[in-house]
Ligand binder design. Structure first.
Ligand code: FES
Length: 135
C-alpha cells in the first residue's frame, strides 16, 4: 500500500484519463497503462512511474517506500516529461542529492504522467545493478 509523508508538501497530480505507453530503458520494457486500472497497491503516488515499474515487475530501488524521503528512485524522463506533474520543492530538494542529476531527472515515486503522451524513462546506470525483472 502506498504510504504518505506528513512532512512534505502535498503533490498535485492528475491521473490519466486515457491509456498510454511507457518504455523503461535500457531494458526496453514497454508497459501499457490502462487509465481505468490505476492502482494504489504499490509504493509511490497512484499512477506514478515507481508504481507502474513495480506493477510491471521492475524492482526499481525505492528505499523510503515511495514517500519523497530519499533519492534512490531517481529516473530520467527522456520523452513525455511535459505530460507529467511538476516536481514540487520537496522533490527538487531530494533530487539535489541524487547522483547523475539531469534537467529531466525526477523521483519515480512522485512523477505521475497524465497519459497525454507516451513516456520513455531511463533508469540511471548507477541504479541498474539494483534493478531486476521477473518475467
Ligand atoms: S522512493 Fe524515496 S524518494 Fe522515491
Amino acid at each position: 500500500m502506498a504510504g504518505t509523508n506528513p512532512y512534505i508538501e502535498k503533490t498535485e497530480y492528475e491521473l490519466p484519463q486515457q491509456n498510454y505507453n511507457l518504455i523503461f530503458q535500457p531494458m526496453n520494457k514497454k508497459v501499457e497503462i490502462l487509465a481505468e486500472k490505476i492502482t494504489t497497491e504499490n509504493d509511490g503516488l497512484p499512477g506514478s512511474i515507481l508504481n507502474i515499474a513495480l506493477a510491471a515487475g521492475i524492482d526499481l530501488d525505492h528505499s523510503c517506500g515511495g514517500v519523497c524521503a530519499c533519492s534512490t528512485c531517481h529516473i530520467i524522463v527522456r520523452e513525455g516529461l511535459g505530460s507529467c506533474n511538476e516536481a514540487n520543492d520537496d522533490e527538487e530538494d531530494m533530487l539535489d542529492l541524487a547522483p547523475g542529476l539531469e534537467p529531466q531527472s525526477r523521483l519515480a515515486c512522485q512523477c505521475v504522467p497524465n497519459g497525454s503522451q507516451s513516456i520513455i524513462v531511463e533508469i540511471p546506470e548507477w541504479n541498474r545493478n539494483l534493478v531486476s525483472e521477473d518475467h
